[in-house]
Design a protein around this ligand. Structure first.
Ligand SMILES: *Cc1c(COP(=O)(O)O)cnc(C)c1O
Length: 387
């Protein structure tokens, strides 16, 4: 072969020894030895990989590991949490169907439900998180899916998974749970009758603020529908990101244990601080749904939220005087992060709209990292002195 051709065609053969780290299949497509092999793959007669929009071994390793943690039969990994949420809706909902969602949900999920689903003729109702009667009466003959987050972002309300699982089953409605905040090492919604799990892997699953990713998990026949939707519409996770995320899953359990114990320690120390009107953390006895949190979550998780008595102005001062905690929109990092939703993510809403989703003017959300707990606490205490 010509050197130019060799420079393109020479390729490392698989060695006899296995690599200790997982191999990374950074490829868009896969080759076949014959026309017959290729025909069989396209006819779904075997599990051969064809094209990385459909499947990829590195991505599959990440999916298999996440399925093991969630107790799921199957899954499909996506480029972001939002593409997972969108695909989980469009794979199962059609014109004339009705979706029920808890009212406190991630901002972009709210945009999909209110702005884009109606374009497809899909109806929706929002229900206050804690009002069980309202959930029952929101169900219509055409209700096809219940969508929830628990704990909610940023308010940390807890929905009773056992109760909502039974409600969905009794009415033959798909229960779809965004399990991003708890992660599968803290909470497994499928054990309570959930049909689908969506994840933003960008948060605790990566846990190190490096890559975007997402996933949808559930029973085989449901995930086959998701696969068909995603295979054609193309939200596939990059193999490189899957390689990063797969390695991250090896430490998820120990990381979440430390995030949670750091968060509990800080929540206990701050709970009665004179500048706060309230503080919420699922594993504090003062949390309204403490008993439910203890039952369905193995740990309280890494997020704390609280309300500053001084409102909007104090919120800004809190953010400005931080010395170590990062001011950034992400959460679920090794580095502790503070955010002030009223002046950032929810600044475009009116005061009234903000209150409807429980974003009060002095609300601060802390994503507790893996730094030494005293350093995190001291930074919060010193900035609180300015509020
Ligand atoms: C961040 C987040 C998402 C969206 O995930 P991306 O990876 O940013 O697309 C969805 N749900 C929750 C609860 C989140 O925190």
């Amino acid at each position: 072969m010509h050197p130019i051709t060799e420079a393109i065609r020479i390729q490392t053969e698989r060695t006899r020894q296995m690599e200790h780290a997982s191999p990374l299949f950074l490829t868009s497509s896969f080759v076949f030895d014959s026309a017959e092999e290729m025909r069989a793959a396209f006819a779904d007669e075997n599990d051969d990989n064809i094209y990385s929009r459909f499947s990829n071994p590195t991505v599959q390793e990440f999916v298999d590991r996440l399925c093991a943690l969630e107790g799921a039969e199957a899954g499909f990994a996506t480029a972001s949490g939002m593409s997972a949420v969108f695909a989980s809706f469009l794979s199962f909902l059609k014109k004339g169907d009705h979706l029920i969602s808890c009212n406190a949900i991630f901002g972009s999920t709210h945009t999909i439900i209110t702005k884009y689903l109606p374009k497809f003729g899909i109806e929706y109702s929002y229900v206050p998180t804690g009002d069980q009667d309202a959930w029952e009466s929101a169900i219509r003959p055409n209700t096809k899916m219940i969508y929830i987050e628990t704990p909610t972002n940023p308010g940390l309300d807890i929905i009773d998974l056992e109760w909502v699982g039974k409600l969905a089953m009794k009415n033959k409605i798909l229960l779809n749970v965004d399990n991003c905040f708890a992660t599968p090492v803290n909470q497994r919604p499928l054990d309570y009758g959930a049909d689908l799990i969506v994840h933003s892997a960008t948060k605790w699953i990566d846990g190190q603020g490096r890559v975007l990713g997402g996933a949808i998990l559930g029973r085989k026949e449901l995930i086959h529908e998701v696969y068909l939707f995603c295979r054609s519409t193309g939200p596939a996770l990059s193999p490189f990101n899957a390689w990063v995320l797969s390695k991250s899953l090896e430490t998820l359990d120990v990381r979440m244990e430390r995030h949670s114990s750091n968060a509990l320690y800080i929540a206990e120390k701050l709970e009665n601080h004179p500048h706060l009107s309230w503080l919420k953390y699922p594993y504090l006895p003062s949390h309204l749904q403490y008993a439910i949190a203890l039952r369905q979550m193995k740990n309280g998780g890494g997020i704390i939220c609280f309300e500053l008595k001084g409102g909007l102005e104090s919120g800004r001062k809190f953010m400005d005087n931080l010395k170590m905690l990062s001011r950034t929109a992400n959460l679920g990092d090794t580095r502790s992060i503070a955010s002030h939703p009223a002046s950032t993510t929810h600044a475009k809403l009116t005061e009234e709209e903000r209150m409807a989703v429980n974003i009060s003017p002095g609300l601060i959300r802390i994503s507790v990292g893996l730094e030494h707990r005293e350093d995190i606490l001291q930074d919060i205490l010193q900035t609180l002195d300015h509020c």
